[in-house]
Design a protein around this ligand. Structure first.
Ligand code: ATP
Length: 438
């Protein structure tokens, strides 16, 4: 296992389809930063960490993952996997394994051979992925019986002669139980069986991908990555093709596997619920740049800027333009709110300035008429059973509030909403940064 460090990374694609990826960029702008799809990315993913890259479509998540995997060339910057600089290494030598949204299984190979494929191509490097002791294999995989030392294992692999290899290849079209297994194949078999048991696909080993459901294909794709025992898992929206229930189950399964194996994982999604529930930390991206990196609840509670505040949380945060009257007052034409005293220092430089007040739907509550509250009309209601979302309108605002199900109100009703003063956020409109960050 290893950490991954990304330093000052830029990626620019050539402008036209006909231009080559290697076409030199203008001398004045050697990294093409103006048109770059990734700009000055700095990110360290710790050894064993589950890092989620999240952001809207086109923000550069997949490109960043593909650069780490070696499937795209870097325009500028450095990528480290452990203490190895991998910028110029081909994908095979980076010791990463990628799981794609499309599964990318070999359709003509049985599940067993899809799992074994990467191991067979490793030759003598097999010893790197078949550690000998239980401790080295991580708690989740059972110890591989067989040779007692790496030296013995190497001898076994060397002794696999051409005749054995040929016989193994000739019998490969047969169901797994009827095949000839060379000594190397026996070791691969132990690994494949262990991974299949872990993912509960051991009953599917003789099937072809076309005979599997979407969820089963996804588990085979995961298993193929796991079998190689990589230093880093790279996952690009691996759950997108699954239905809602299966998505939930597979999400939990990936999280459990990652925690058991402790393999450093970088996971791309545009789904913020996936991001919030899976990652140790989340990197929120927008327009080729990282906006904030933090633990899920830290992102939720203290977003660094308006983009993060709006992107994380569903339904999204409400934004209201207000004017500051230092030391504690924020004023809108429809309400005046006194903030708790800890805001004093932060508000002082903004006296008489405009700010964005951000408030999440769950921090607006039904209340009595008062100058600090907002008078609005209910124009839409979504009763979900466990909670109800109200969309309300005032002369100048449209807001969403989340209320308990027993507080649902009829459409057209006039309500008063209170803002929880200890839960609000303030953003500087000039920079979009949260005042809590300055
Ligand atoms: P999505 O969630 O929709 O997959 P994403 O955040 O993963 O989006 P990327 O696929 O990384 O976004 O794309 C980032 C930007 O780079 C997009 O504007 C895209 O059009 C552009 N891009 C990606 N690959 C290429 C390419 N091979 N050539 C030119 N532009 C590309």
């Amino acid at each position: 296992m290893a950490y991954v460090a990304i330093e000052n990374l830029y990626k620019t694609f050539p402008k036209s389809r006909s231009a080559k990826a290697t076409e030199p960029l203008a001398p004045a702008d050697p990294i093409g930063s103006a048109g770059a799809v990734l700009k000055r990315i700095n990110l360290t993913i710790e050894d064993g960490e589950f890092m989620v890259l999240v952001g809207p479509s086109g923000c550069g998540k997949s490109t960043l993952l593909r650069l780490i995997a070696g499937l795209e060339s870097i325009t500028a910057g450095t990528i480290w996997v452990g203490d190895r600089k991998v910028n110029d290494l081909p994908p095979k030598q980076r010791d990463t394994a990628m799981v794609f949204q499309s599964y990318a299984l070999y359709p003509h190979l049985r599940v067993y051979d899809n799992l074994a494929f990467g191991l067979r191509r490793m030759g003598a490097d097999l010893r790197q992925v078949l550690p000998l002791s239980a401790g080295e294999q991580g708690a989740a995989l059972p110890p591989t019986p067989g040779p007692d030392s790496n030296q013995e294992l190497e001898q076994m692999l060397a002794q696999t002669n051409r005749w054995q290899t040929l016989l193994a290849a000739l019998t490969r079209p047969l169901p797994v139980a009827l095949r000839y297994q060379s000594q190397a194949e026996q070791l691969i078999d132990q690994r494949v069986q262990a991974v299949a048991r872990m993912l509960q696909i051991d009953s599917l080993l003789d099937r072809y991908p076309r005979q599997l459901s979407g969820g089963q294909k996804q588990r085979v794709a995961l298993g193929r990555a796991m079998a190689r025992n990589p230093q880093v898992f790279l996952m690009d929206e691996p759950l997108s093709n699954l239905d809602a229930k299966l998505r939930l189950e597979t999400r939990a399964q990936i999280v459990n596997l990652q925690r058991q194996l402790g393999i450093t994982t970088i996971y791309v999604t545009h789904d913020q619920i996936e991001a919030m529930t899976m990652g140790h930390r989340i990197a929120v991206m927008n327009q080729g740049q990282i906006q904030q990196v933090a633990a899920p609840l830290d992102l939720y509670n203290t977003p660094a800027n308006r983009f993060v505040a709006e992107f994380i949380g569903s339904p999204a945060m409400n934004f209201i333009p207000v004017q500051v009257q230092a030391p504690y007052l924020v004023v809108h034409e429809e309400f005046r709110l006194t903030l708790p005293s800890p805001w004093e220092d932060r508000l002082r430089p903004y006296d008489r300035h405009s700010l964005w007040l951000g408030i999440r739907p769950e921090h607006l509550s039904l209340a009595l008429p008062a100058p600090k509250n907002i008078c609005a009309q209910v124009v839409h209601q979504e009763a979900l059973g466990s909670e109800t979302y109200l969309t309300v309108k005032t002369p100048s605002l449209t807001l969403q509030a989340r209320v308990p199900p027993d507080q649902a109100v009829a459409l057209g009703t006039e309500v008063w909403l209170a803002i929880a003063p200890d839960k609000l956020h303030l953003f500087d409109p000039a920079t979009d940064r949260s005042l809590l960050q300055s």
